[in-house]
Design a protein around this ligand. Structure first.
Ligand code: DGI
Ligand code: FE
Ligand code: FE
Length: 189
């Protein structure tokens, strides 16, 4: 499938998947990702497109996402694990079939935007951090992450992942191994 171009068609298709709040967030992530890409030397167009696509199926019913998880070859612990992670892994598949995105770097950036992973690419980091700092985000610590992201993408990412891990532990929620290894990997630098 060809990339849904023009941009108007692409955005209309994405808009149709989600509520207004999620769409506003999506546009914010795309803008922040473009900015971070320019700052840190990633491809701004790829970063923006990944931002547009990153939460494509976030508002889908769980049952619809589960169909994909059963039909495609996903890591076993995603299906049995926390459903908050599903939209990233399913999104990486459906943006190919429904938006015509075939760039492996963009697909990986969507797949790992929630958990991260060890050895994240520059584009993966840009999209992950953009998700944390887009203008609509408001949570304790966001300004600190925004400040770090002015100059050091890795520090910003470590701070963001560390905050998520702390938050998950406080809520007695499971931390996926990918999230932990992504965090540790940032500290290894
Ligand atoms: O989709 P967004 O809300 O824009 O943001 P996201 O994709 O980064 O995160 C979605 C949710 O996933 C968020 O509430 C935090 C949660 N999350 C991130 N890592 C883990 C996790 N949840 C669990 N249970 N385990 C994780 O490792
Ligand atoms: Fe997400
Ligand atoms: Fe998001």
């Amino acid at each position: 499938m060809e990339l849904l171009y023009n941009r108007e068609k692409l955005l209309a298709q994405i808009r149709a998947q989600m509520n207004e709040k999620r769409y506003t967030h999506t546009l914010g992530v795309a803008a922040s990702a473009r900015e971070l890409a320019k700052r840190f030397g990633a491809d701004p167009d790829k970063a923006e497109l990944a931002g547009f696509a990153h939460d494509y199926c976030k508002c889908w019913p769980m049952a619809r996402m589960r169909e994909y998880l059963l039909r495609y070859d996903f890591p076993e612990d995603i299906l049995t694990g926390d459903k908050e992670l599903w939209h990233a892994f399913v999104g990486a598949i459906v943006i190919q079939t429904e938006l015509g995105i075939d760039d492996p770097e963009i697909i990986q950036a969507v797949r790992y935007h929630t958990t991260g992973r060890a050895g994240m690419s520059l584009l993966e980091k840009v999209v992950c951090v953009a998700d944390y700092i887009e203008p609509g985000r408001a949570y304790p610590g966001v300004d600190n992450i925004r400040r770090l992201a002015e100059s050091d993408l890795n520090l910003a990412l470590a701070e963001a992942l560390g905050g998520t891990i702390t938050h998950l532990i406080e809520q007695k929620k499971r931390v996926h191994p990918l999230t932990l290894t992504a965090y540790n990997d940032q500290l290894n630098r």
